[in-house]
Design a protein around this ligand. Sequence first.
Ligand code: MG
Length: 93
Amino acid sequence: MSQDITIAQFQEHIREKYAARDIQRGSAPTFMWLIEEIGELATALQGQDRANQEEEFADVIAWLCTLANIHDINLTSAIEKKYLQSGGPKGFK
Ligand SMILES: [Mg+2]
């Protein structure tokens, strides 16, 4: 896989590789994994280890893709609807 992947390609990669296990695990435990990774990112950002920071950013987006897959949410479509359509971003709320 190229380093210039799109969010859609990455979400599909996560689906192809982990979907069966992810669906079996379910939403609530997957959400807990996502929050754990966000905590690891918070810890990494307090340090100076850039490689570790990159790893934790990657973990967060991977688990976000997993959660979106479980809920059949297309992240690219969601991002386009909220942030890229005319009128500009609707904000972070
Ligand atoms: Mg991690």
